[in-house]
Design a protein around this ligand. Structure first.
Ligand code: CA
Length: 221
């Protein structure tokens, strides 16, 4: 199981590298945004531990770039910037979890374990959330045990949300995945498709599943 550590502080980086290696993870430790970009372009990681204050940039910008480019690796932010605003910002930018410094190794290990577990459950053939059941192998969907008919594009859209439950997905990211780059995407089309999904799964729901995040995109909550 491969873990990427992005941390410029030598003592902490060394400690994490050593301790996680002892827990049988294969660890890559880098100290800059640049090296982190290279590492993620080269290999898939089961989880990424991301410091925010890096010598050549901000970890949040790095995370933002990754998510925009479609990298789905689970990211745990490690940071001394422990304000609520910072946590929200990190999560909005696509982090999966946030651990304020200083932390105990036991706590870190538990968080990493849960991230990795979440990631590997994504590879299961069936994704389930709030009554939606999406079968990745047969490409079928049911809702509250009733089969739901979806067009190819509707299915693709739902699949992206089911693979990223709770994560805010930008309009660009979604459009690029669904319509790929050969089409000149009319972003209104995305709204049309979103209302179709809502009609099928959010009908009369008090707490809607598909949330509009103003100015950013959508989220399956
Ligand atoms: Ca730092």
């Amino acid at each position: 199981m491969k873990i990427l550590i992005v941390e410029d502080q030598a003592r902490l980086g060394q400690f994490l590298e050593k301790s996680l290696t002892e827990c049988s993870y294969t660890v890559t430790w880098v100290r800059s945004c640049r090296a982190a970009m290279d590492a993620i372009a080269e290999t898939d990681f089961a989880a990424i531990l991301l410091d925010l204050g890096l010598p050549d940039g901000d970890g949040l910008d790095l995370l933002h770039k990754w998510r925009k480019a479609g990298f789905n690796e689970p990211v745990l932010i490690l940071s001394a910037r422990d304000s609520v605003e910072n946590r929200i910002k990190g999560l909005d930018f696509g982090a999966d979890d946030y651990l304020p410094k200083p932390f105990s190794f036991e706590e870190l290990r538990a968080r990493v374990r849960s991230l990795v577990r979440r990631q590997s459950s994504v590879k299961l053939a069936v994704l389930e959330h709030r009554g939606i059941r999406l079968d990745l192998s047969s490409h079928t969907v049911s809702f509250l045990d009733q089969p739901v008919e979806l067009t190819k594009r509707e299915y693709a859209l739902l699949e992206i949300f089911m693979l990223n439950i709770g994560r805010i997905l930008t309009r660009t990211l979604i459009s690029e995945k669904i319509w790929s780059s050969q089409y000149d995407v009319d972003t209104n089309l995305l709204d049309v498709y979103m209302s179709r999904l809502r009609a099928k799964f959010d009908k009369g729901a008090e707490d809607p599943m598909f949330k509009t995040v103003r100015g950013i995109g959508y989220q399956l909550a």
